[in-house]
Design a protein around this ligand. Structure first.
Ligand SMILES: Cc1ncc(C[n+]2csc(CCOP(=O)(O)OP(=O)(O)O)c2C)c(N)n1
Ligand SMILES: [Mg+2]
Length: 409
């Protein structure tokens, strides 16, 4: 196959407005109208035969909480980005634009559920009560994790795409067996997070086959943010992702991922379905990554500003603010307080980050295997000899023998 025949991510001759939604939707006959949306861009709440009941059950405080959580994590995201730009974090993975999807599904989970995130689920972490400052330890490069997942049932971030979908299904099968042995345990489900790009990984296929075959209580939650770094969604799938659920034999729901109430409602439905023994569900949250993939990425190199503008108009915070104001559920004082709380969170996170100290480098070697291993011990000894030369004032650093000795250079 010559280079000219390879799929391209260039947009020659394509209207950017058409590219994002139409191309993905046209092939499989699933028009945008089949996407669940309760709260539209104007802040108007619509009724839905299946899902409105979940919203009807909410108190005003809970409705306001959706907003304050989305605003808090957006402010956190800004601060973490600034910390990275100032050299305090090695890397940051922004979530701006995806707050509705993340706060919606996170709020729907129960404490006994167990969540398996990717690397971008900061909003979900917030809903689980993870200390957001601890979340930055990984990105400062001082920890392999940062928090104890057992405290919140929010697993460590996984940077290897899609493997956590298998973890989620395995854990869900464990829940099934634990409950068979002890029916007094509360019904629980797992949530497997993954992106549109990760959906192309074999791990996702295997996880879905296992989950469907064993009726594992797993909700597959795909945030289709339209980009896998610089690769657009339509390269990942020739049909809407949600349609894949049919092939595995599980219900699939496509929801407007920028509608926090819609995401909350469909997630409630899916989690109840899974917990009650009915098997897995696939949710495709149709959303958009407004910022860069990471702070090491420059999206102006592969997408057009008009596309970003189109999605900015679907902002999950703006539409909920319109709704809360129109219903007289929140006023200027509420929104001023949310901003003040966000600044307080940002100041806390900054202070905690700057106070984080470097761990002992030997812990990196100690954590490779559960028990001492001769090769790792040899590498540590080499490393310590190498470091000692700097302490002895050998400014030249490595020598030819360093580079070959021990093979660890
Ligand atoms: C197995 C594997 N392959 C490749 C990568 C490199 N990589 C990191 S993020 C990413 C894109 C993922 O896109 P998507 O699943 O849509 O998630 P998003 O980043 O958009 O949230 C790639 C290819 C990786 N981390 N792991
Ligand atoms: Mg993506």
């Amino acid at each position: 196959m010559g280079a000219a025949q390879l799929p391209t991510t260039e947009f020659e001759g394509m209207e950017p407005d058409d590219r994002a939604e139409a191309a993905a939707e046209a092939t499989a006959g699933l028009p945008a109208g089949d996407m669940v949306q309760l709260l539209d861009e104007r802040g108007v709440l619509h009724r839905h035969a299946e899902y409105s009941a979940f919203i009807d059950a909410l108190q005003p405080d809970q409705l306001r909480r959706f907003y304050s959580d989305m605003a808090a994590v957006r402010r956190f995201d800004q601060e973490a980005t600034a910390l990275q730009r100032q050299g305090e974090l090695a890397l940051w993975v922004p979530l701006t634009g995806q707050e509705g999807a993340q706060i919606g599904v996170g709020t729907a989970t129960e404490p006994q559920d167990y969540l398996f995130p990717t690397y971008r689920e900061h909003g979900v972490a917030l809903t689980r009560g993870v200390d957001l400052a601890q979340l930055l330890r990984l990105f400062r490069g001082i920890s392999n994790g940062g928090w104890n997942p057992k405290d919140t049932n929010f697993h460590l971030y996984t940077l290897v795409l899609a493997v956590q979908t298998l973890h989620a299904v395995g854990y869900a099968m464990g829940i099934q067996r634990d409950r068979a042995a002890d029916p007094a345990l509360p019904p629980a489900a797992t949530v497997a997070f993954f992106g549109d790009g990760a959906s192309s990984e074999g791990d996702v296929h295997e996880a879905m086959v296992f989950a469907a075959s064993y009726q594992a209580p797993t909700v597959f939650f795909c945030q289709n943010n339209h980009w896998a770094i610089s690769v657009p969604f339509e390269v990942q799938s020739k049909i809407p992702l949600v349609n894949r659920a049919d092939g595995y034999g599980m219900p699939g729901i496509r929801v407007d991922g920028n509608d926090v109430l819609g995401v909350y409602a469909v997630s409630q439905w899916a989690l109840e379905h899974a917990r009650s023994g009915e098997g897995p569900v696939l949710i495709e949250a149709f959303t958009y990554r407004l910022g860069a993939h990471t702070t090491a990425d420059d999206p102006t190199k592969y997408r057009l500003a008009v596309e970003e503008d189109k999605w900015r108009a679907k902002d999950p915070l703006v539409r909920l603010e319109k709704f809360l104001r129109a219903q007289n559920l929140a006023d200027d004082d509420f929104f001023a307080q949310v901003r003040a709380d966000g600044d307080e969170l940002a100041a806390y996170v900054r202070k905690a980050t700057l106070a984080m100290t470097l761990p002992d480098i030997r812990s990196a070697f100690a954590n490779v295997y559960a028990q001492a291993h001769p090769l790792v011990t040899e590498e540590l000894e080499w490393f310590e000899r190498y470091e000692a030369r700097f302490a002895a004032g050998d400014s030249a650093g490595t020598t030819a023998s360093d580079r070959t000795e021990g093979g660890a250079a």
